[in-house]
Design a protein around this ligand. Structure first.
Ligand code: SF4
Length: 379
């Protein structure tokens, strides 16, 4: 917060924008309040997943002047143009605000903005504006955005994005890789899309573009076990992919089926075996707990984790987080779970936030400690 004061004094901004997901939202709110304490005339704009889904609740808070909903680039530009040139705010699609002059309490949500069709038109993010030394992986790239053809109960992607997934051209992605190699001198890129191989044809074309880059570099990605096969994994490895994360979630087929994940534990084993043989650093991510978990399914999961570990996979286990917009959040009562958190700060996958139909909060806390010890997970 002290840095914030210094920055505001130096830059004298007209507008400050803050991006907030559910876990960082309250911190964002603190920053907004601090900004207004320093200078109440600075216009504050908040965007990100949390304001997009919890629009009305967020606008109830003092200090936030505008919300940018959904895809932010064009909307933010339109909003800035409108503020700077005193144009009517009514014309800016994709924003929400309180109509202060007309009626203090009336929340106005403008028409949605259209999604950007050609993502290649967007400039690369200017990472030099960030304190890069604070970031563990500064060289991360997003190559697509939009909805997902799957509908896992714990995932909010289809509430945040409507419509199909839009991809940048493989060439544009490769240009960004080259830009990062040149400007950050990085040799490690992290593709942060939730499913790197969502479209296999696209993936193959992207690999061809990456192969044309002369400077050697390594990269990592995440995907689903049903969207890779041996030839594709071999190609990815040859193109420099050193690490791959698979969303496994649980070792119980019954529980997997109950969350609409649409994969099988057998497929997980097959793919992890292939990936390890090829030479990937394989990471399997699990969630704890899931609504249908009972003692038996947790036992199965522990057994499965040990088996995957024995095959050479690395493991990670996060607490299931019922983010606003997810099936879990919207239907908690119907599926028989309680949401345990008392603050949005806890929605960070590091807090136990749900109990299950069969296991209480106390039982789950004890079990989590036991699993961590038994499987050898790092905290
Ligand atoms: S978890 Fe992955 S596969 Fe499931 S809906 Fe979300 S993005 Fe799609």
């Amino acid at each position: 917060m002290r840095r914030l004061k210094g920055i505001i004094r130096k830059e004298k901004p007209l507008v400050i924008g803050i991006s907030a997901n559910t876990g960082s939202y309250l911190n964002g709110l603190k920053i907004v309040k601090k900004i207004k304490d320093i200078d109440k005339d600075i216009i504050t704009v908040m965007g990100g997943t949390h304001p997009t889904i919890m629009t009305k609740e967020v606008l109830e808070e003092d200090g936030i002047d505008f919300l940018v909903l959904g895809e932010g680039e064009k909307t933010t530009l339109d909003l800035m143009d409108s503020i700077k040139n005193n144009k009517s705010i009514d014309e800016v699609n994709g924003i929400a605000y309180r109509e202060k002059e007309k009626n203090e309490n009336k929340i106005k949500i403008n028409e949605s903005s259209e999604y950007i069709k050609d993502l290649d038109k967007l400039p690369f993010p200017d990472r030099t504006l960030f304190p890069l030394s604070f970031y563990e992986y500064p060289a991360s790239i997003l190559m697509s955005r939009g909805g997902c053809s799957y509908g896992c109960d714990f995932c909010a992607v289809n509430n945040i994005w409507e419509g199909e997934r839009r991809f940048r051209s493989p060439n544009d992605v490769a240009e960004e890789v080259k830009h990062l190699i040149r400007t950050l001198k990085t040799r490690e890129i992290g593709f942060v899309d939730d499913i790197f191989t969502l479209n296999k044809e696209y993936t193959r074309n992207l690999l061809k573009s990456l192969d044309r880059i002369k400077t050697p570099f390594k990269w990592t990605c995440a995907t689903r076990v049903d969207l890779v096969d041996k030839p594709l994994l071999q190609k990815m490895h040859k193109s420099g992919c050193s690490g791959i994360e698979f969303g496994v979630e649980t070792g119980s087929q019954r529980v997997l089926d109950s969350i609409n994940k649409d994969i099988t534990v057998n497929r997980v084993k097959e793919v992890v075996k292939i990936a390890n043989e090829i030479g990937f650093n394989t990471l399997c991510s699990f969630m704890f707990p899931l609504p249908e978990d009972d003692r038996e399914s947790i036992r199965e999961t522990v057994g499965f984790m040990k088996e995957l570990k024995g095959m050479g996979a690395n493991l990670i286990m996060s607490f299931t987080t019922p983010y606003p917009g997810t099936f879990l959040y919207e239907n908690a009562d119907d599926i028989g779970i309680n949401i345990l958190g008392s603050s949005w700060d806890e929605f960070d996958a590091k807090h136990l936030l749900i109990d299950t139909k069969y296991l209480s909060e106390k039982e789950l806390k004890e079990m989590f400690k036991k699993i961590t010890r038994e499987v050898g997970l790092k905290k």
